[in-house]
Design a protein around this ligand. Structure first.
Ligand SMILES: [Mg+2]
Length: 182
């Protein structure tokens, strides 16, 4: 494959959104017993409404999220696999709360400042970026399926909350293989 455009998701791949939102609401959480549903908060008891989740996702919430346990290594692996002619972009979907735009930008400034000018924050369908030489790296099954359907390539990052959950303990190994196959 020649010149590639890599579109890398933030939340659940590099950034620990799931851990952060549990912490914000005082809920128990560990990666190895992570929720297997996307709408995990709907199963919380006592109940927390999605509006309250959205409201809690302020600039500071986003800016202060931790890396995923293996986020730095994932980024390093991608860097190693890229050729100089390849382009890496960060492609992330904001929440309804407009503060998520600013907070995501601040997180990238703080942790990976050299990629600030590669940050795309958009609620638009990720498939608009799909092409023969485009690769989406994401932790959401549906995003990968639709990107591939739209004509791109996809790498699903194994996480406890997606269909590769059986590999979630060996994420780096799977990523290394998937990247090597591009
Ligand atoms: Mg994600």
């Amino acid at each position: 494959m020649g010149h590639m455009k890599i579109f890398l998701d933030l939340d659940g791949v590099l950034v620990d959104f799931v851990g952060g939102i549990h912490r914000a609401f005082g809920k128990e959480y560990s990666y190895n017993s992570a929720p297997i549903k996307w709408n995990f908060f709907e199963h919380w008891s006592p109940k927390v409404h999605s509006c309250d989740i959205n409201r809690a996702c302020t600039v500071d919430f986003w800016a202060n999220l931790d890396w995923m346990c293996d986020g730095r290594e994932i980024l390093r692996k991608i860097d190693e696999e890229l050729d100089v002619s390849d382009d890496l972009f960060l492609l992330t979907c904001p929440m309804h709360n407009p503060q998520s735009w600013t907070g995501k930008r601040l997180w990238v400034e703080r942790h990976i400042p050299h990629l600030v000018d590669r940050l795309i924050v958009t609620p638009a369908f990720k498939g608009i970026f799909a092409s023969d030489n485009a690769v989406l790296i994401d932790d959401k099954d549906e995003n990968i399926a639709k990107f591939v359907e739209a004509g791109g390539r996809g790498i699903l990052v194994p996480r406890p909350w997606n269909e590769l959950r059986g590999w979630a303990g060996r994420t780096l190994e799977v990523m290394r293989n998937s990247l090597g196959e591009l």
